[in-house]
Design a protein around this ligand. Structure first.
Ligand SMILES: CC(=O)SCCNC(=O)CCNC(=O)[C@H](O)C(C)(C)COP(=O)(O)OP(=O)(O)OC[C@H]1O[C@@H](n2cnc3c(N)ncnc32)[C@H](O)[C@@H]1OP(=O)(O)O
Ligand SMILES: O=CC(=O)O
Ligand SMILES: [Mg+2]
Length: 572
């Protein structure tokens, strides 16, 4: 056992030839690397450990509450507005005013915290870059620690990348996007950092290390006295936002910066959270810069929340988009809520046809068609009153920027202009309306093919991938998984293609076999053998056929990427 940290004295942890200098109670189980040791300094680890100790019980309680809510939904309850917090929804309060540095957020590019992509994203011409430790990142030790090194260099302005194969050096432009960072969700542990004998909360590691190393530089160079800025994912209730608010206050106090310096945009990407938008903003009112429509996780959450409701099954994945009444209602209510409280209402990632289109390099006609779908979605967003939106790829930015500029003119945002009071009449029924559309055999096949390929990439350390000309990440893969699970669980008929096939385990087994053969043909036998397709298939198939739905695809899969040093992998 290499960790000495929690035996009551400070320790130098010898791992793989080097030594992390850890404070009392902290045990690093990830590989030693000299660069990582500049992130995992004793002071920074002490900062994370202090947060962990102060908030671990709050986090555990919030996770217990999620379980309790799940139990209620599984017994037939529906998510709804909370009578007890009506005073918050009816009250006249507003959030703290928007920091000038991020008043204009017309286009935000997102991407994993990978070195070259960080430089490309910051140089992309987008107003904001959301650097992702979440949906777009496979949380291996290497990815997380390199991500922290990269962000530190980025905030210092010294980041560079030498692409020797292409003889190209990447550096930051004079003008760059403003940086937001998305830590992991509350539910994920960080199995390479133990604090007092248990894994640290992944999000506190991501937040704590980034904040500790960058708050001063960030406020000076990027935030004009504010910041750092964050995106907060996958919350289900305002009590979880309250924990984040307390974490921010604690971090501000520990570093001596003014209260309200840190600002965060919360993704509304779970079905229960749409009924808590005012409450979430209220909890974070001194630290908020708005809400964002995280549409992919939102669709995933619709299935998850209604896992016990056979009358609410989804049609094919590509039919569930912003045109569905429940999705449009969610986006409209989000805009109304944000603008009433004086903050940004951000749009999401995607196109009109319910997929996250990316540029198609080798086919100009298909590329133009993809761009056109993206333009239509962005036009819908800006006309509805969104203040800005997400782009998955630099190649989409000019088209998206043009749509927002043309429709917003010179105003940095629509907070004052588009109050959307009409959306005040949206009801619980509007927000829960069943999605319409057909189910097809091709839908089942595509879910299977995409889910397995995504997971295979994730297991080898890549968290966002292009598949069939679309962006796939943890959120979109979740839709594939839970949709298959739901269709199997309730034995649906695939009636959309005239085949009338009934989904059961036997059919699914055949589909898995055929789709695996297809993947092998598509990627070639060599890559298929070298990749993690078989392992991915095993995990994905188990989760699709499980008697009860796993909460997260990546939770179980995480065990497969935990690499404890010096002695091979271990389970949590
Ligand atoms: C549901 C959600 O949470 S959405 C948010 C999370 N998801 C994401 O952030 C996905 C972000 N996007 C991506 O990861 C990528 O665009 C992918 C994986 C979809 C496609 O990647 P690739 O196939 O490598 O794209 P492609 O080959 O066209 O890249 C061309 C160039 O653009 C760069 N690029 C592509 N996407 C991005 C990005 N999001 N940020 C910065 N640079 C990017 C590439 O690094 C490459 O640069 P280079 O020419 O200097 O080498
Ligand atoms: O995080 C974004 C989403 O759509 O999910
Ligand atoms: Mg998401």
């Amino acid at each position: 056992m290499m960790g000495l940290g929690y035996h009551g004295y400070d320790a130098l942890q010898k791992i793989g030839g080097g030594a992390y200098n850890v404070p009392d109670g902290v045990d690093i189980r990830g590989r030693y690397n000299e660069e990582f040791s500049k992130i995992l300094t004793k002071d920074a680890l002490q900062f994370v450990a202090d947060l962990q100790r102060e908030f671990r019980n709050h986090i555990k309680y919030a996770m217990e509450c999620r379980k309790e809510a799940k139990r209620r939904y599984n017994e037939g309850a529906l998510p709804c507005f909370d009578l007890a917090t009506r005073y918050v929804r009816d009250g006249d309060w507003v959030c703290a005013s928007v920091p000038p540095a991020v008043a204009d957020r017309k286009v935000e590019i997102t991407g994993p915290v990978e070195r070259k992509m960080i430089i490309n994203a910051l140089n992309s011409g987008a107003k904001v870059f959301m650097a992702d430790f979440e949906d777009a990142l496979s949380p291996t030790w290497e990815n997380l620690m390199r991500g922290q090194v990269n962000l530190k260099d980025a905030v210092e302005g010294t980041i560079s990348f030498n692409d020797t194969a292409r003889n190209r050096v990447y550096k930051l432009n004079n003008q760059t996007a403003k940086l937001f960072v998305r830590p992991r969700g509350w539910h994920l542990p960080e199995a390479h950092i133990f604090i007092d004998g248990e894994p640290a909360a992944g999000c506190l590691v991501d937040f704590g290390l980034y904040f500790y190393h960058n708050f001063a530089n960030f406020r000076r160079t990027q935030g004009a006295g504010f910041g750092p800025f964050f995106y907060l994912p996958k919350m289900e209730h305002s009590r979880e936002a309250k924990i984040w608010n307390s974490v921010f206050e604690r971090a501000e106090k520990m570093t001596g910066i003014e209260r309200g310096s840190i600002r965060a945009t919360v993704l509304i990407e779970t079905l229960p959270a749409v009924f808590q938008m005012d409450e979430i903003l209220y909890e974070l009112r001194d630290h908020s810069v708005g809400l964002n429509c995280g549409r992919w996780d939102y669709i995933f959450s619709y299935v998850k929340t209604f896992q016990g409701h056979p009358d609410r099954l989804l049609p094919d994945r590509f039919l569930v988009g912003m045109g569905q009444h429940f999705m449009r209602s969610y986006s409209d209510l989000l805009i109304r809520t944000c603008h009433r409280r004086g903050v940004h209402a951000m749009g999401g990632m995607g196109s009109l046809h319910y997929a996250a289109q990316i540029p198609i390099r080798d086919d100009p006609k298909a590329n133009e068609a993809a761009l056109d779908l993206v333009r239509k979605d962005k036009l819908r967003e800006v006309r509805a009153g969104h203040d800005g939106t997400w782009a998955s790829h630099p190649g989409l930015i000019p088209a998206i920027m043009e749509i927002f500029m043309t429709n917003m003119g010179n105003t940095p945002n629509l907070i004052e202009k588009m109050k959307r009071e009409d959306a005040a009449n949206l009801t619980e029924e509007d927000l829960l309306e069943r999605p319409r559309g057909v189910r097809t055999m091709e839908g089942l096949r595509l879910n299977t093919r995409v889910g397995i390929q995504y997971l295979a990439a994730w297991l080898t350390g890549t968290g966002s991938v292009p598949l069939y000309n679309l962006m796939e990440d943890a959120a979109t893969a979740e839709i594939s998984r839970v949709q298959n699970w739901q269709w199997l669980k309730y034995g649906v008929d695939l009636d959309g293609d005239g085949l009338g096939v009934h989904v059961n385990r036997e059919l699914f087994g055949r589909v898995v076999e055929e789709e695996m053969a297809r993947i092998e043909r598509q990627v070639g036998p060599e890559r298929f053998k070298r990749g993690m397709y078989k392992q991915a298939c095993k995990i994905f198939t188990r989760q699709c056929t499980a008697p009860t739905l796993d909460d997260f695809l990546t939770f179980d899969a995480y065990n497969h990427i935990v690499l404890h040093h010096p002695k091979g992998t271990s389970k949590l």
